[in-house]
Design a protein around this ligand. Sequence first.
Ligand SMILES: NC(=O)c1ccc[n+]([C@@H]2O[C@H](COP(=O)([O-])OP(=O)(O)OC[C@H]3O[C@@H](n4cnc5c(N)ncnc54)[C@H](OP(=O)(O)O)[C@@H]3O)[C@@H](O)[C@H]2O)c1
Length: 271
Amino acid sequence: MSDVTVLGQGAMGRALATALLAVGHQVTVWNRTPGRAAPGAVVAASPEAAAAASPLVVACVVDNAALRSVLTPDMVAGRTLVNLTNGTPKQARELAEEFGESYVDGGIMAVPPMIGQPGSLIFYSGSKDAFAETEPLLAVFGEARYLGEDPGRASLYDLALLSAMYGMFGGIDHALALGASADVPEAELRSMVVAWLRAMLAGQEKPADHAATYASLPMQAQAYVNLLDASREQGVRTDLVAPMGELLHRAVAAGPTHTMPDLLRTQSTAS
Ligand SMILES: NC(=O)c1ccc[n+]([C@@H]2O[C@H](COP(=O)([O-])OP(=O)(O)OC[C@H]3O[C@@H](n4cnc5c(N)ncnc54)[C@H](OP(=O)(O)O)[C@@H]3O)[C@@H](O)[C@H]2O)c1
């Protein structure tokens, strides 16, 4: 028997197995494509054999459809399944129904080199008892933050944080395209973007004070028109940034009692 099985030896599954091996755990792994196992792990011949090898199975494959194609509830009967595959809250709840009482869902807020290092954070939700039992081992990956018994909670937090990241990265890509259209050196602009975002993110910790006191929405909506016009004039597509322009104008029209997240929620429930 191993201490833990890791299903999936992609970039993340390998990092998880490597972190466990580094602190002395016995680790069994399985991957669809052979030859990708973390060095030092025992390689199982099938997902069934891998799951049977340990009381705890950690799954980390590309998506939950891939997980379902390799793992069935009978394979993990009597074991804890911690699913660190990216998915939706609905998928997590369905998997918890199918895989039973010892199902824990997770969302990894780290890239593979961060696993086992300071700064790595992983959200968990689902079975409280299963989480409590496995927490010492899960803590090897990074801070293990339990968000409650609703299995969908971890992926909701995960996707919320990812949406913030992608929105920010989209803005960075647009900034770099605008700079490139005027031959601005990329490295120079990149370092300015990072410093600027750090300063603006500091304001996000107290958004109410910041927005109301220093930057009115009508002013921002007007400046945003210039951002879009200048982009078009420079031959830069506005796909990534145009929706924010519309939202700013809607926010101005709606008045100060509606926040931007309020407006987005109304839109998403209506559509
Ligand atoms: N990498 C990151 O920075 C990061 C960060 C946070 C969360 N995550 C999440 O971690 C999970 C794994 O990501 P990753 O970076 O390891 O991705 P990856 O390097 O692309 O590896 C994907 C893994 O999924 C397996 N897979 C794909 N389709 C499969 C199928 N039909 N049946 C069985 N296995 C299948 C792959 O097996 P093969 O080797 O056979 O292709 C491989 O083990 C994803 O849900 C991802 O969103 C990743």
